[in-house]
Design a protein around this ligand. Structure first.
Ligand code: NI
Length: 292
């Protein structure tokens, strides 16, 4: 651990996950929070948990997400990194990072189930080891699981062998808990240099998945703000970043998801979204270069 902030950050995360409360300022763990740095960490004890709100101001019947065939012919190869996908319909992918969390994840799963929405969960191996049954439930309900490392360290500070260990340990934790092999990874804080992305892609087969929509839910702006940021910024082919580690983020989901459904968006998982892009590329015989 070259960086003391890093290990401090992880302890916040671990404690939050283990205690099942949102009172710890785990938001400092996100990429921006991390980069904003040490000054903010000193304010941790003054953070008050936000009130939990269910639902939102949107009324009327909730549309149901269509059942979309899960394609397994996802061919990596277009790009090592994706922030979104080029697709021909109003398809988007919701992603939830840093779980599984013993209370927030099951609560989110109920919301997704009620709307027939499949999402992608970038899980932390250590949390998977603590809550394997929640991961199994997530897989059983048809969601996709992605590799978010074993201990949520800043990967750009690690040597190659440490990076391999983070990837492999998380993969093994997911495999052991649910018999499932992740197809993609997301680096903690979005931080992975180009050479490391190549290593992870070549050795593990994972493209690096970032995002096109960041509601900055780690700052705990309140559920209605999180929901409105997602609604304002999501466009076709988008990948939305959120954290099921935070209770307030989960509370934002009924209005965020219902608002997106009303706007005609259809929810798929990350690898489904990338497979749609691959099909589009091969059909049109043009090369679609994802942003990196
Ligand atoms: Ni994370």
């Amino acid at each position: 651990m070259a960086n003391p902030l890093q290990s401090l950050g992880f302890n916040f995360l671990k404690n939050t996950a283990q205690q099942g409360v949102g009172g710890v300022e785990a938001s400092k763990l996100t990429r921006r929070g991390f980069l904003l740095g040490a000054a903010a960490l000193s304010s941790c004890s003054r953070v008050t948990p936000e009130p939990i709100e269910e639902g939102g101001s949107i009324t009327g019947p909730i549309p149901r997400n269509p059942t979309i065939r899960f394609t397994d012919d996802f061919k990596i190869g277009n790009s090592v990194t994706y922030t979104r996908a080029m697709v021909s319909g109003k398809y988007i992918a919701m992603t939830f990072d840093d779980g599984p969390h013993p209370q927030n994840t099951p609560r989110l799963l109920r919301m997704l189930r009620a709307r027939n929405i499949k999402a992608t969960f970038y899980v932390i191996g250590q949390s998977v080891n603590s809550h394997p049954s929640i991961l199994r439930q997530t897989v059983d309900e048809g969601h996709e699981i992605g590799n978010h490392t074993q201990t949520h360290r800043l990967l750009t500070k690690l040597g190659d062998d440490q990076l391999r260990w983070e990837m492999k340990s998380c993969r093994d934790a997911i495999q052991q808990a649910a018999g499932y092999d992740p197809k993609t990874m997301r680096p903690p804080y979005g931080a992975l240099n180009q050479r490391q992305r190549g290593l992870v892609y070549n050795e593990f087969g994972y493209p690096t998945i970032l995002w096109s929509v960041d509601p900055m839910d780690w700052k705990r702006p309140g559920p209605s703000v999180v929901a409105s940021r997602i609604l304002s910024n999501t466009t076709q082919g988008g990948i939305v970043l959120a954290h099921d580690l935070h209770a307030g983020t989960v509370s934002a989901m009924p209005s965020a998801l219902d608002g997106l459904l009303r706007r005609g968006f259809k929810f798929v998982t990350v690898s489904q979204l990338l497979a749609m892009q691959s099909e589009l590329s091969s059909n049109s015989e043009t090369t679609t270069e994802a942003q990196s």
